[in-house]
Design a protein around this ligand. Structure first.
Ligand code: FES
Length: 508
């Protein structure tokens, strides 16, 4: 540990900590604009400058490491004056139409200008004329370059966090501009509309279009789970006058501050949709029109119809099928009704059908038909990912995003899929199996691992059953045989088996 003094307070910090991190741990807040935790520390805005005793130059706290015996001042008059100059310069190129800006009340530049008493800029703008455009062709996001402070948080988020690289920096020096693909051709770009750039933007430069319908102080936040896929992303619903007006990603265990386009822009409009059923409807048999009914009438009618079917055709004429989007309690009630009222065991749930192969396979091999690891385990600090017959970029986009992140950080990726899914671009090996030959492929992988001694004998002896039988079964699945049946290259199969088996941490 390193010992230093910040604003007269003795602070202990890890050897590789920055001054910003050491100060934050000691409860001392240093203002930042271009810095974004774990994403961006390019040190370009200089808002976080601090003084270090014994040196002339002020340094950015966000990317200067602590040193033993350092004495740091974060609030000296020189530091405060430097920050005012930074804000003065930033305001020169920043349109001040705060009243109409959707980020009013949530803009970090506005907050600091207010705190540091900077009302106008004393410099002239050097923005190019074309910065006046409002780029509005994107369905969910708007881009106003004239509000951009070139902090590059959006660029770094798009590159390092979502792994897309759809946003870049164009031109040079004072004329540099963030090139966000939100113009008429946005569909041709790499942008997948996740909006993580907008959440990273400290000003109103990149924002969700919805922001114009509310101001920060008008909403209350309600933490919940995204209803789309099974990733379980946490987010806050922003509620104004009892109406959901926006969502913002929260730092949940599976999404860590990220959302996909479905979660951010397609997960709440239906709540207030005029098409929703708000009360029961019963069809008038004479007119054929649905008419409003009471719950009592609707439930009585449904129950009597079920009971008359049961009486006429027997208990096996009835079944119940529960929706996978329902909570456990509702699904429990469906089976209760089917078993006790219908008197039948004809009850099922979508999750059992679409996952039946993995559920029975996992139950047989590991004892439980459920995911064995948290998502963080799949995407963080892993050496190799084996992705078989799954397209997470489409089905579970936030997992797909995190797999791209993992690959950027050095994880090897093996994609086994007949299709050229998006993640094949990031894969070290893509095995395009003939559809229906997955078992053959798995046996081929195990054959190579056993033949080449790439297995953990001790683990197998202590923790598994039936290994000798398995060994016998996979003996005939030579790479040549498997390659022929699966329509793949035998050397690629061997390479995949070696890559997977020699990795220390390798989720499937
Ligand atoms: Fe440190 Fe921008 S926040 S230089």
């Amino acid at each position: 540990m390193i010992n230093l003094i910040i604003d007269g307070i003795p602070v202990e910090a890890a050897e590789d900590a920055t001054i910003l991190e050491a100060a934050a741990a000691a409860g001392i807040e240093i203002p930042t604009l271009c810095y974004l935790k774990d994403v961006s520390s390019i040190g370009s805005c200089r808002m976080c400058v601090v003084e270090i005793e014994g040196t002339d130059r002020m340094v950015p706290a966000c990317n200067t490491k602590v040193k033993e015996g350092m004495t740091v001042s974060t609030k000296s008059e020189r530091v405060l004056s430097a920050r005012r100059t930074v804000l003065d310069l930033l305001l020169a190129d920043h349109h001040q139409d705060c009243f109409s800006c959707g980020k009013n009340g949530a803009c970090e530049l506005q907050k600091y200008c207010n705190e540091y008493g900077v009302e106008h800029s004393s410099y002239n703008s050097c923005r190019a004329d074309d910065c006046e455009d409002v780029k509005n062709s994107h369905p969910f996001l708007s881009y106003r370059p004239e509000l951009c402070i070139r902090c590059q948080r959006c660029v770094n988020t798009c590159e390092k966090i979502t792994g897309r690289k759809a946003i870049g920096v164009g031109k040079a020096g004072v004329f540099s501009i963030i090139e966000a693909p939100f113009g008429p051709d946005w569909k041709m770009s790499l942008c997948e509309s996740c909006g993580n750039c907008a959440q990273a933007c400290p000003t109103g430069a990149i924002t969700e279009k919805r922001r114009k319908h509310y101001r920060e102080w008008e909403v209350k936040r309600v933490r919940t789970t995204c209803p789309h896929c099974a990733t379980g992303c946490q987010y806050d619903l922003l509620v104004k006058d009892n109406k959901i007006v926006d969502v913002q990603a929260a730092d949940g265990p599976s999404n860590r501050g990220l959302l996909c386009v479905k979660g951010r822009s397609g997960s709440f409009d239906f709540v207030h949709s005029g098409d929703r059923l708000r009360y029961p409807l019963i069809k008038n048999q004479e007119t054929g029109e649905f008419e409003r009914a009471t719950w009592e009438e609707a439930l009585s009618l449904t129950a009597s119809k079920f009971m008359s079917l049961k009486k006429e055709y027997g208990v096996d004429s009835l079944a119940g099928f529960a929706c996978s989007r329902s909570p456990n309690e509702d699904i429990y009630m469906v089976q209760k009704m089917v078993r006790t009222c219908f008197g039948s065991n004809n009850v099922d749930n979508c999750a059992r059908v679409c996952h039946s192969a993995s559920v029975s396979g996992l139950a047989m091999t590991l004892g439980s038909g459920a995911m064995t690891n948290p998502i963080e385990d799949i995407t963080h600090d892993v050496d190799c990912i084996l992705l078989v017959g799954s397209n997470p970029e489409e089905a579970h986009p936030v997992v797909g995003t995190q797999i791209r992140q993992a690959v950027q950080n050095g994880t090897r990726l093996i994609v086994v899929d007949p299709r050229d899914i998006g993640l094949t671009q990031y894969a070290d090996i893509h095995l395009k199996l003939k559809p229906g030959t997955n078992i053959m492929f798995a046996n081929g992988m195990m054959h190579v691992m056993i033949e080449e001694g790439l297995i953990d004998e001790k683990f197998i002896a202590e923790r598994t059953e039936g290994f000798e039988e398995l060994k016998e079964i996979v003996k005939e699945y030579t790479p040549e045989y498997v390659a022929e049946v699966c329509h793949i290259d035998k050397d690629k199969l061997v390479e995949a088996a070696r890559m997977y088996a020699s990795a220390e941490k390798a989720p499937i």
